[in-house]
Design a protein around this ligand. Structure first.
Ligand code: SF4
Length: 342
């Protein structure tokens, strides 16, 4: 089965997509600046972005962003079905709801009707901590899956199938078990992720383990690497995970040496400065950032471009051959000029 959020296809053989979530209040954000940031995230490989839609104060900025964003915009709704309808009317390509938090069934039905009228997708987002009822005879994954299937049957009885499901727990094993069980029982696309995953390094490790295994098994149509970190880091982690699994081929691959006692070039500082810009380049190339002139070029000989240096000189290599000796202040500019001319 396949869902459609704006121009993004989810599931049914479509490429696995990467999402992130906007980290500030919509009402207090400058919508034009948000669109600029989304545009950069899109160039880095982000396929959709979600916003908390909390009150009517969010509608103006949301509407502007939804109509100017280069990627589909999703609204995250917690309790108020009226906010879900408002978000749909203001251009949400998809909304995320937990029908159990919306209240009476007729309210969910109103939301589904609006989504159907406006062509929006709906993600049924269930967390193990917010299930509508407990059953001591069922494991949490079983309860999550049964609850999702029950909501899907409501939606289907109202003629709506543009649906994605997410089943999340802070416990990784429970999350994986729920996703596997759901996949064995239903063909609806799944949004996969680990909730409350931690800071960038910890969340990247935890998410890679869980989502990597699921994706290898063919489970998961769209993902978010949630982290207590920046949206850019979430997107980089998601895209890199897909590339590592061979599920995404396009884009710049950055490699850098681990550094050792020979280290004479500030690989960390240089990578921090150029990473997001490099990842926005629409070319299938590898760029190596190496710590020393002694071994670096040799270790990076397979890269399309390698950069390394000493304190007062930087060296640019192309396919293992030295092409220029550069003043450190010009390194970034000359690297990007070389890439552009490739
Ligand atoms: S490139 Fe140089 S600094 Fe980096 S790990 Fe190799 S020898 Fe060490």
């Amino acid at each position: 089965m396949q869902a459609k959020a704006g121009n993004l296809l989810i599931g049914g053989g479509a490429p696995v997509s990467v999402q992130t979530m906007y980290d500030s209040s919509l009402a207090s954000s400058d919508a034009g600046s948000v669109v600029e940031r989304i545009t950069k995230l899109s160039l880095m490989g982000c396929d959709a972005i979600r916003f908390s839609y909390i009150s009517d104060d969010d509608s103006k900025a949301f509407s502007y962003i939804a109509s100017h964003s280069p990627i589909p915009v999703i609204a995250d709704i917690h309790f108020d079905y009226k906010m879900a309808i408002s978000a749909i009317e203001n251009g949400a390509a998809k909304i995320r709801i937990n029908p159990g938090n919306i209240g009476a069934q007729w309210k969910t039905r109103e939301v589904v009707k609006a989504a159907s009228d406006y062509g929006s997708a709906i993600r049924i987002g269930l967390n193990s901590g917010s299930l509508p009822h407990s059953d001591l005879n069922k494991s949490k994954p079983q309860l999550m899956v049964d609850t999702a299937l029950e909501y899907i049957s409501w939606f289907e009885s109202w003629g709506f199938t543009n649906t994605v499901v997410s089943l999340k727990s802070t416990d990784i094993d429970e999350t994986m078990e729920a996703c596997r069980l759901f996949a064995s029982l239903s063909g609806y696309p799944q949004h996969i992720g680990i909730t409350e995953a931690g800071g960038p390094v910890i969340s990247a490790v935890r998410s890679t383990w869980a989502l990597g295994n699921l994706l290898r098994e063919g489970i998961g149509s769209t993902l978010r690497i949630s982290m207590s970190g920046s949206m850019e880091d979430e997107v980089v982690a998601g895209v890199e995970l897909l590339r590592t699994l061979g599920l995404r081929k396009k884009g710049v691959r950055i490699i850098s040496c681990p550094r050792c006692g020979r280290h004479a070039f500030d690989t960390i500082g240089f990578e921090n400065r150029v990473r997001d810009r490099l990842l926005s380049v629409d070319k299938d190339i590898t760029v190596a950032i190496m710590g020393c002139l002694v071994n670096g070029p040799g270790e990076a000989r397979d890269a399309d471009f390698a950069i390394t240096g000493m304190k007062d000189k930087v060296y640019l290599f192309r396919h293992g051959e030295l092409v220029s000796e550069i003043n450190p202040a010009d390194a970034e500019r000359i690297l990007f000029e070389a890439i552009e001319n490739e």
